[in-house]
Design a protein around this ligand. Structure first.
Ligand code: PEP
Ligand code: MG
Length: 582
């Protein structure tokens, strides 16, 4: 049994056979073969080994001819391995004794060899582990042939283990077959994590070294609530997890009545609890839980779902689907937050990715440099606004000039639509994300030029603490409870109050129950959150009074270390809602 701990990013507990990505995007479809088939399967193994051996010999010859004998020797070592009677004997034994399929047996044996090489602690030997992985890939390729199953064409349920999944790979996961996933890298607010929540697929990220130790096909549990991955669980663990699955379900059941109740504090102050969405399909996740509209619609995911550039009609159709579900409540459509971090192909110029995409041409910067792209989206938003209470929000605004430019483009689009005689709404409120420290510092000035603010703590924390939001190596720095973050939030709330500009928090911080008393106590009356968190957040809101929350915020703001702030808030939430933490 192998247990790995990581960051829980999408709740729920699932178990199923593993599909390991990282070597190649295919899974081993059958772990076992029938006893009667053992001899035929062993013959199939030999055919594959012979084919792999021939391929390696050809490479050996090519490398020797063109580069010299010493290079050919690299392949000679590979060839000797596929012909090594001891190694082949071990694979055969697993097929014969344990009725493993040749694919599974090959993977098992070669991965064990690779692990031994890696554990010798010698860089030369560790390199040999990479050679063995190469060999495994080659033999599996011959064994599976046309039967390779790729991530996008699965035919049976699996749990996916991967080094990383890009946002677009995650966006395309088929929920019918992908029960859950775990990745070696990634942080709490990485876009992959946010998407897992959106798709409601249990997920754990940032588990560290994992994929090379798992052959694929073994059973695994993904606990997206506690942040654990267990490969080859023993019976006691399985039964433990069945219990925790039950607890998770019973908490969901206990919270279900809250779906139809308002997010109102114990003393009657109404908090607008809105939903964050990435796809129009998520609208039901919000309406079912009684969300007060959409506080953040991340429209860039329209680009991540397909390989072609969305047209104005694609945008319009998607927005209409969302807006018509909320015709009496606000739908805040954020303009494209694209960049090389999410979709490199969105940039016409490949060099535009820049040396550091997170600090480069992304988001509103990209829109302002790609006006046709920006205007297409704005036209669709203004047209969909006829159907409901639509608002436009600009992401990653760093300077007043950017905001003014973006607003000017909206005015241009208004004129274009007027000239074209297309139905649209001209008085759509315009707001901005507060997610760059420079903007938060200038909140008083910005407040005079926008209709609303929405604090994006995911990026605000990343940029304030100079800690990448998806890098677990700096997760100790990346903390919503950092006093500097509390001060920036306070600054934005004050500017909003001074200028009558409503302020929302839409970063993941507001989806974490322990931060709710703090945010309410700091004066926030609107929060936009991951839909699945709505019931528990309502539970917290309905359990506190405003003055209690103000007391908690006042104390938290006196603490000067993030860890102390978060520990204090955790102890308060345990006291306020003792049944919430499972
Ligand atoms: C944020 O940065 O907090 C935010 C909500 O935007 P995103 O997570 O899409 O960057
Ligand atoms: Mg952001």
């Amino acid at each position: 049994m192998l247990l790995k701990r990581g960051i829980a990013v999408s709740p729920g507990v699932v178990q199923g056979p593993t599909l390991v990505l990282g070597l190649e995007d295919f899974r081993i479809p059958h772990q076992f073969v029938s006893v009667d088939a053992v001899d035929t399967e062993i013959a199939r193994l030999h055919l594959a080994l012979e084919a792999a051996g021939r391929e390696i010999s050809e490479n050996e010859q090519l490398a020797s001819d063109q580069l010299g004998k010493q290079y050919g020797a690299i392949f000679a070592a590979h060839r000797q391995m596929v012909q090594d009677p001891k190694l082949v004997g071990e694979i055969e034994e697993l097929i014969r004794e344990k009725t493993y399929s040749p694919e599974f047996a090959t993977s098992r044996v070669l991965r064990r060899y690779a692990q031994v090489f890696r554990s010798l602690g010698n860089p030369y030997m560790a390199e040999r582990a990479a050679d063995i992985r190469d060999l495994e890939k080659r033999v599996l390729h011959h064994l599976l042939g046309e039967r390779r199953e790729e991530l996008t064409q699965l035919t049976a349920p699996v749990v996916v283990l991967a080094h990383n999944l890009t946002p677009s790979e995650t966006a395309r996961l088929d929920k019918k077959y992908v029960l859950g996933f775990a990745t070696e890298i990634g942080g709490h607010t990485s876009h992959t994590a946010i998407l897992a929540g959106a798709l409601e697929i249990p997920a754990v990220v940032g588990v560290g070294h994992l994929v090379t130790d798992v052959a694929g096909g073994e059973m695994a549990i993904i606990d997206g609530t506690r942040g654990e991955v267990i490969v080859d669980p023993d019976e006691a663990t399985l039964s433990n997890y069945r219990d925790s699955e039950k607890r998770f379900r019973s908490m969901a059941q206990r919270l279900r009545p809250l779906n139809s109740l308002p997010a109102e504090t114990h003393d009657g102050t109404r908090i607008q609890l809105m939903g964050n969405i990435e796809f129009p399909e998520e609208v039901d996740h919000c309406t079912d839980r009684g969300a007060d509209g959409i506080g953040l619609y991340r429209t860039e995911f329209l680009y991540l779902e397909t390989d072609r550039e969305p047209t104005e009609e694609d945008h319009y159709d998607a927005y209409c689907r969302v807006v018509s579900a909320f015709n009496n409540q606000a739908v805040i459509i954020r303009t494209l937050d694209l960049g090389a971090d999410k979709i490199p192909s969105a940039l016409d110029n490949p060099d535009a990715a820049g040396p550091n995409p997170v600090l480069g041409l992304r988001s509103i910067r990209l829109s302002l440099q790609n006006l046709p792209l920006f205007k297409t989206q704005l036209r669709a938003i203004l047209r969909a606004a006829v159907l409901g209470d639509v608002r436009i929000m600009f992401p990653l605004v760093a300077t007043l000039l950017e905001l003014r430019q973006a607003k000017m483009i909206v005015s241009d689009v208004v004129e274009d639509l007027e000239d074209a005689g297309v139905p649209f709404r001209r008085d759509v409120p315009i707001g901005m994300m507060m997610e760059v420290p420079s903007a938060a510092m200038m909140a008083e000035e910005f407040a005079q030029e926008v209709d609303f603010f929405s604090i994006g703590t995911n990026d605000l924390i990343q940029y304030t603490l100079a800690a990448d939001r998806s890098d677990q190596n700096v997760a100790n720095l990346y903390r919503p409870g950092a006093p500097s973050i509390l001060r920036l939030i306070r600054r934005v709330v004050t500017a909003g109050r001074n200028h009558n500009v409503p302020v929302t928090v839409c970063g993941q911080m507001s989806s974490d129950p322990k931060f709710i008393p703090l945010l309410v106590g700091m004066g926030l009356r609107q929060l936009s959150v991951t839909p699945h968190a709505i019931p528990e957040l309502k539970d917290v809101i309905r359990s506190i009074t405003v003055s209690q929350a103000e007391g908690i915020a006042a104390h938290a703001e006196t603490l000067d270390v993030a860890r102390d702030v978060e520990n204090y808030l955790r102890s308060e939430i345990d006291r306020i809602c003792p049944d919430l933490v499972i």
